[in-house]
Design a protein around this ligand. Structure first.
Ligand SMILES: NC(=O)N[C@H]1NC(=O)NC1=O
Length: 174
């Protein structure tokens, strides 16, 4: 779909198509619909990012909290959203050894106990080794820095999900 077609979408269809660009946050999509017409895919993405940036710190933590754990129960039981499942599979998180699964589970729990929200990272820009390493490193971050870092990852996930839904404009359009 191109951005012109996006601008013509009635509210219900817009939310059907873009409702999960931020994981389990269709409210963001519903709010951003009011900002159309979008001049470009980048403009749509900027509207989503502006909405996220304007949230209070507890609102941002709410966005993080609805994310599933990486390699958690949802991946094993098949209850992830389609997008999240594809991303975790692409990062190789469905092929961890038993030892890696235990390590990831232990670190995820430690992280969540420490910060009060789950560890979020753009799986498609990583692989299992870099994800485990970042999980260990980010556990040592100060809380405000870590929250900002996690929200940046949400925006990266959103960026890639949007790219899969909207054709970017060609620069040599007449
Ligand atoms: N916990 C977490 O990072 N989950 C997200 N990461 C990603 O790439 N897709 C997700 O759902």
């Amino acid at each position: 779909m191109d951005i012109g077609s996006v601008n013509y979408l009635p509210y219900e269809e817009f939310v059907d198509v873009f409702g999960n660009v931020v994981e389990k946050c269709p409210l963001i999509t519903a709010a951003v619909w009011s900002r159309r017409p979008f001049s470009s895919l980048a403009d749509l993405e900027a509207s989503i990012n502006d909405f996220i940036d304007a949230l209070t710190e507890s609102g941002k933590e709410g966005i993080l909290r609805v994310h599933p754990d990486l390699t958690g129960r949802d991946l094993q039981s098949g209850t992830l959203t389609r997008e999240s499942r594809e991303e975790q599979v692409q990062a190789g998180l469905d092929t961890l050894t038993t030892a890696e699964v235990s390590r990831m589970a232990r670190l995820n729990t430690e992280y969540k106990d420490h910060f009060g929200f789950p560890f979020v990272i753009c799986a498609r820009m990583n692989n299992k080794a870099t994800i485990l390493r970042q999980l260990e490193e980010r556990l040592r971050n100060e809380r405000t820095i870590e929250r900002a870092c996690a929200i940046d990852e949400v925006k990266k996930i959103c960026h890639l999900r949007l790219q899969g839904l909207v054709v970017p404009e060609t620069s040599n359009k007449l």
